[in-house]
Design a protein around this ligand. Structure first.
Ligand SMILES: Cc1cc2nc3c(=O)[nH]c(=O)nc-3n(C[C@H](O)[C@H](O)[C@H](O)COP(=O)(O)O)c2cc1C
Length: 361
């Protein structure tokens, strides 16, 4: 499966940044970087609108995961991550950005507005983040035995804080409890036919022509197994291979981390997404990959117990492991034309409304 657009996240993208053009054209140029952000089930739940000097980012509620993510929390996190990629790409091409976060305050699903600011040369740190955009991957395979350097973890904690999130290392002493909660989340989700049906809807065969969803190869499935996977996911219930694998990873991984926020509001989710992406990019720049344990934050009672187990006063938004893994094929992304609302017709795609007003903080 190949990307349908040229992007490199550092090298290979041949077109030249249109520095001489108006801001709308410059913003348009940056979109291929935004959409390389991670999103649950690779749903890519974002829509962009560019008008004059302003880029507007909407959540695409049609792509929400109504079972796994009924509040749209992870949808907003993914959008925060996409905007952060765009901010990093803007820095690489010589622009600071200013961002206004509107998540939760608008009925039309508008999450944030961004404008390009004055030109300034990128720092080496900016360049490191930029180079990581195209190489960052979610890695669900076993990591090797190397420790994640302590200095790097400390740097990630600092950078998460700079971006408004609190990154915490899950201490060895609470690992068994957290691993059990991960397994409990798996059990509860896999026991739900609605959850399995939603997962099947976003599962793709290795040869699929779709440019969204999760291809089987991302979970190590052969071409033939990836075809069967959709059917099997719907049929399976109760104890799963996932549960055993996730418990093992959570218990034994070198670095288990949680990204928390002080509030549990849409604006806090958006900031958590930006912060998460900064951590993932910096980690990728240092050769690390991540994989997620969202079951423990998606199932509300399990999330409450996770918070307790961690002694966390804030709200866990993302639970993930970091480590050194083998190189992976990228997952697909939808073409830019499908995520850019056309201002000329105003019709493509439709206005999307998130039910975030109903979200319980
Ligand atoms: C908020 C969030 C939660 C996620 N949770 C999980 C998860 O629980 N399990 C998983 O395998 N992948 C999870 N993912 C990873 C996505 O499946 C992945 O980002 C997507 O397939 C795109 O692949 P990529 O990250 O390699 O670009 C999550 C991603 C995000 C942003």
């Amino acid at each position: 499966m190949t990307m349908r657009y040229p992007v490199d996240g550092g090298g290979g993208r041949k077109s030249v940044f249109p520095a001489w053009a108006g801001p709308a054209e410059r913003l348009r140029f940056l979109l291929p970087y935004a959409i390389l952000a991670p999103s649950r089930h690779n749903a890519q739940p974002w829509l962009f609108e560019i008008e004059g000097p302003e880029l507007r980012l909407y959540g695409d509620w049609r792509r929400a995961l109504r079972v796994a993510d009924p509040q749209g929390r992870e949808l907003v996190i993914a959008c925060g991550a996409a905007l952060y990629n765009l901010q990093v790409a803007a820095l690489h091409y010589g622009h600071a950005t200013s961002v206004e976060i509107l998540a939760g305050s608008r009925k039309d699903g508008l999450l944030a507005r961004l404008t390009l600011e004055e030109r300034r040369p990128p720092t080496p740190q900016d360049e490191q983040l930029f180079a990581a955009i195209g190489v960052r991957r979610t890695n669900r395979f076993a990591f090797d035995a190397r420790e994640v350097p302590f200095g790097l973890i400390s740097a990630l904690v600092r950078e998460a804080a700079d971006q408004g999130g609190c990154l915490r290392v899950v201490d060895r002493t609470v690992r068994p409890a957290v691993a059990e909660l991960v397994a409990e989340g798996d059990r509860q989700q896999w026991a739900s036919a609605r959850f399995r049906s939603e997962l099947a809807t976003w599962s793709r065969s290795n040869q699929a022509s779709e440019t969204d969803g999760l291809p089987g190869y991302a979970n190590g499935l052969s071409d033939s197994a990836s075809v069967l996977h959709r059917v099997l996911v719907r049929l399976r219930r109760g104890l799963s291979a996932e549960e055993r694998r996730d418990r093992h990873y959570a218990l034994n991984t070198r670095a288990l981390l949680t990204l928390c926020s002080h509030n549990d509001t849409p604006a806090a989710w958006f900031v958590a997404g930006q912060s998460m992406q900064r951590v993932l990019l910096r980690a990728a720049a240092n050769g690390l990959s991540a994989s997620f344990f969202s079951q423990a934050v998606e199932v509300a009672p399990v999330r409450a117990r996770l918070r307790e187990a961690l002694g966390e006063l804030g709200f866990p938004q993302v639970l993930f492991r970091l480590g050194f893994g083998r190189p992976l094929r990228p997952t697909p992304r939808r073409p830019i034309e499908l995520v850019l609302r056309s201002m000329s017709t105003g019709a493509q795609p439709q206005a999307i409304v998130l039910p975030m007003a109903a979200a319980k903080p």
